[in-house]
Design a binder for this molecule. Structure first.
Ligand code: 13P
Length: 251
């Protein structure tokens, strides 16, 4: 059964932000969200782990949500330098990004690891944003849809429901490059993602599918209007409050 998919505009700050500037950015975004009073969309920022608590505290009550960029699969233990989903929740996070292509590439995260992290998010009461996307070589070899299918089958946990899962399609070659797929290409990828999800869970029609990769204020309306696109995962442009708010407005 289809349910209304409330657009989600998520900012991934990546490894950017020191306290003073990051809090100023968060407050500016929160002020814009509060002023807009959107009830028809969700706006989220995912600061570096060191700033999740401060951003969540500084923006409380504004309507702006805070999330993590990654979590460990375990709740606690001997994992030096890692952050658990429970810790993010405790810091005030509502969401966590898992399986971003930068972590898949930099840290060797496999589909199985990503799936375990998504399950950890559930355990802690966070909503996981599971990232998938093809590399340029895979796209040029005509393997885009097959890669997305295989990543989904490996990364999406059993027991997923529309309320417990967000999927972000981020073509690796579109991240930070200023290049984007055409809207028909985005629509085709998202339609395929929804079809594959349909084989994995009952509520695939209600799962929000975000597009990510060089989204900015000037192309957001077009990308967000593509079929089956329910929001955006924004990197570079989320570091500028006006630009990020323009994307949220376009949703
Ligand atoms: P850019 O918006 O900088 O291309 O990054 C996209 C991204 O990786 C968001 O997770």
């Amino acid at each position: 059964m289809a349910r209304t998919r409330r657009p989600l505009i998520a900012g991934n700050w990546k490894m950017n932000g020191l306290k003073a500037d990051a809090l100023a950015l968060a407050k500016d975004v929160a002020a814009g969200v509060s002023q807009a009073g959107w009830s028809d969309r969700e706006v989220l920022v995912c600061p570096p782990a060191t700033l999740v608590a401060a951003v969540a505290d500084a923006t409380k009550g504004s309507g702006l949500l805070a999330g993590g960029q990654n979590c460990h699969a375990k709740a606690s233990g001997a994992h030096t330098g890692d952050v658990s989903a429970e810790m993010l929740k405790d810091a005030g996070a509502s969401h966590v990004i898992v399986g971003h292509s930068e972590r898949r590439a930099d840290c060797g995260e496999t589909d199985a690891i990503v799936r375990a992290k998504a399950e950890a998010a559930w355990r802690a009461g966070l909503l996981p944003i599971v990232c998938i996307g093809e590399t340029l070589a895979e796209r040029e070899a005509g393997k885009t849809l097959a890669v997305l299918e295989s990543q989904l089958k490996g990364s999406v946990p059993a027991g997923s429901t529309a309320a417990k899962l967000v999927v972000a399609y981020e073509p690796v070659w579109a991240i930070g490059t200023g290049k984007t797929p055409t809207t028909p290409e985005v629509a085709a990828a998202h339609a395929h993602i929804r079809k594959v999800l349909g084989g994995l869970m009952a509520e695939a029609a209600g799962v929000r599918l975000l597009y990510g990769g060089s989204v900015k204020g000037s192309n957001a309306a077009e990308l967000l209007a593509a079929g089956d696109v329910d929001g955006a995962l924004v990197g570079g442009a989320s570091l500028n409050a006006a630009e990020f708010l323009a994307i949220a407005k376009a949703a």
